[in-house]
Write a protein that binds this ligand. Structure first.
Ligand code: F6R
Length: 612
């Protein structure tokens, strides 16, 4: 995820900004830049695609950029591929305003169209440039930096942490925040802003956290904060006593856990920009209703966890569309002589966008005449570039090898795609559509509720961490979810795990169940609840220990059969796997922790699998 640091003081700003950005490297980024203001040299901007070293070399360690006031940024691409021109700071056309931004401006297309109609010319593909250009537009009208900022904030929608330099505002920069973290750092004769404390903790531990709607005017001597109405706000200061090395993982021991905890936010970022007036809107897709209706068949192709998203997708999309949906491992698809043609939409799902098997499947599908829609996290990746259409998950960088937030965002995006297609096909009743949209909106809060209640999962992990073999069973969506739960556990804990469709047990696998075998029974899917309970009874009769996962409303009933019950909030059935996966990820995490495994870098695995 992007990182911001800003400095106002008496020392040269550029080296301090570069050093601060280095501390934010752990968040992941694909380009970096700084803007520094000085009375003699005006507004200087340097930025470059690639690692911070490129920017360091470009500026000779910051030495070529003079001034004691500046803002810096590491960018993780969301709108527009990683490139020099898309890097931040973004400049207004008159080069009078520089902006760094974390978050997503949801209505940037509409504002860009408006400004273009006013003769403003854009250089980048970013939503951030819209902020810089809009600021200049208002600044031209009112001639006052703060007023221009307030007018711009009134006009934009979405999430943002902003650092803004005005060429005509010497000695100060402006910060603003809504739904994206930004903090203020206080020193003697200097001030900071930063997206997280790691960037500035070397200089000050005296900080205040900006609240939504607040705007700050930052100078070397003071930081004045105003609320959304422009009234001054007294900030409560906090003292940071974090160990700096822990801070680099946001205070968590492992990236995997950090990324698990980021899921409510990641899902919100994926979902909310694409919901408008109760409808799913994919502005970026450009697929017409006719094109959607012309597909007679959908084919989902992916690897690993992304394939498991496809497994959930098959159940959900067939339910929503009443059209055949196939799902196939990419490594199988490419050699299977698959039955796809120009009436088929192939959906390739990939976090990295670089998985070789998925890439090869994409090319194979295109060669057979199919159209390809990619669901990808890494902007500008190979799969994103070669697909006919791309939907980005906007989950932010995923650093732990085991995927968590990418899985969750892929899942909701596929559900939303299902809704959009169902609307075009007329295959969904209006009330059902509205119910799902309402539950999508409620999803981040429900995810958060699951994450706030992990004590029992931790306890169960401590009880079962030394097992050698664990089975996940479930039916329908619970089976698809079990596949992911089992993969998560095996890849980071090295315990042998298998996921089975509960109804299949009696065809062979039940012979492996013996006294003390742990069976994780997934029972969220209400239509088959009774059958799932019968399967629990069967394995219990062979001596299995049960950990069961169900919904809050079914938990009481399940308690009559199983002992260790974990529950998730009730939601629409198609969204149950989105909630259900969290306890399974957390269980896997704590089991691996107990076993002393290298959680972020499990043995033999790579984050991006670019070999066959
Ligand atoms: C499991 C995991 C892998 C990936 C798979 C596909 O936690 O991360 O199974 O899901 O290698 O990777 P992408 O999604 O990058 O194509």
């Amino acid at each position: 995820m992007c990182g911001i640091v800003g400095y106002a003081g008496t020392e040269q700003a550029a080296p301090i900004l570069l050093e601060g950005l280095e501390k934010l490297e752990y968040r992941g980024y694909d380009s970096a830049g700084i803007a520094v203001l000085s009375p003699e040299r005006g507004l200087q901007v340097e930025k470059a695609k690639g690692r911070l070293k490129v920017l360091r070399d470009l500026t000779k360690g910051g030495g070529t950029v003079e001034g004691v006031l500046g803002i810096g940024h590491t960018r993780w691409a969301t709108h527009g591929e990683p490139s020099d021109v898309n890097s931040h700071p973004q400049l207004s056309a008159g080069r009078r305003i520089a902006v760094v931004h974390n978050g997503i401006i949801e209505n940037y297309v509409e504002i860009k169209e408006f400004l273009s109609s006013q003769g403003v010319r854009f250089r980048s593909e970013t939503d951030t440039e819209v902020v810089a250009q809009l600021l200049e537009y208002y600044y031209n009208e009112c001639g006052d930096a703060m007023q221009a900022v307030y007018r711009m904030l009134d006009r934009i929608e979405g999430a943002y942490a902003l650092g803004i330099l005005f060429r005509d505002l010497p000695g100060a920069f402006i910060a603003a925040r809504k739904d994206a973290p930004l903090l203020l750092g206080y020193g003697k004769g200097y001030s900071f802003i930063a997206s997280d404390v790691t960037a500035i903790v070397k200089h000050t531990r005296d900080v205040a956290y900006m609240e939504d709607g607040e705007v700050a005017l930052v100078t070397a001597e003071s930081i004045q904060v105003f609320n959304a109405m422009g009234q001054p706000v007294e900030k409560k200061h906090s003292w940071v006593d974090w160990d700096v090395s822990a801070a680099e993982k946001g205070g968590y021991a492992h990236f995997m856990f950090k990324e698990i905890m980021e899921q409510p936010e990641a899902v919100r970022k994926t979902v909310s920009p694409r919901l408008r007036n109760g409808r799913v809107c994919f502005d970026e897709l450009g697929l017409t209703e006719e094109e959607i209706r012309a597909f007679s068949r959908l084919f989902i192709v992916a690897c690993g966890s992304s394939y498991h998203v496809g497994m959930v997708g098959k159940y959900n999309l067939e339910r929503l569309l009443r059209r055949p949906v196939d799902v196939m491992l990419a490594s199988e698809f490419r050699y299977a002589d698959p039955l796809v043609d120009e009436h088929t939409l192939v959906i390739v799902i990939s976090q990295s966008g670089e998985t070789l098997d998925s890439m090869a499947a994409l090319r194979q599908a295109k060669a057979l005449g199919a159209r390809v829609l990619a669901i990808v996290n890494v902007v500008g990746s190979s799969i994103a570039r070669e697909a006919d259409w791309v939907l980005y998950t906007w989950a932010g960088p995923e650093i732990a090898v085991a995927t968590t937030k990418a899985y969750s965002t892929q899942l909701v995006l596929l559900d939303m795609l299902g809704l959009r297609f169902a609307e075009a096909l007329g295959s969904i009743p209006e009330e059902e559509y509205a119910r799902i949209v309402a539950e999508l909106q409620a999803l981040p809060a429900k995810l958060q509720a699951v994450l706030e209640n992990t004590e029992q999962i931790k306890y169960l992990a401590s009880r079962y961490f030394n097992h050698n073999s664990i089975f996940f069973i479930g039916r329908n969506l619970d089976y698809a979810l079990g596949l992911e739960g089992s993969l998560k556990l095996k890849e980071i804990s090295y315990i042998h795990c298998e996921a089975y469709a509960s109804g299949e047990l009696k065809h062979g696998t039940i012979s492996l169940i013996e006294k003390g075998t742990l069976v994780v029974a997934l029972c969220c899917y209400a239509p088959l609840f009774d059958k799932s309970v019968s399967n629990i009874v069967e394995v219990k009769a062979r001596g299995a220990d049960i950990v069961a996962l169900t919904t809050e409303s079914l938990a009481g009933e399940l308690g009559k059969t199983a002992e260790n019950i974990l529950s998730i909030p009730d939601t629409h059935v198609i969204l149950q796997p989105s909630l259900g996966v969290l306890p399974l990820q957390i269980f896997a995490y704590y089991v691996a922790l107990q076993r002393g495994c290298d959680i972020d870098k499990p043995r033999n695995l790579a984050k991006s699998v670019t070999v066959e």
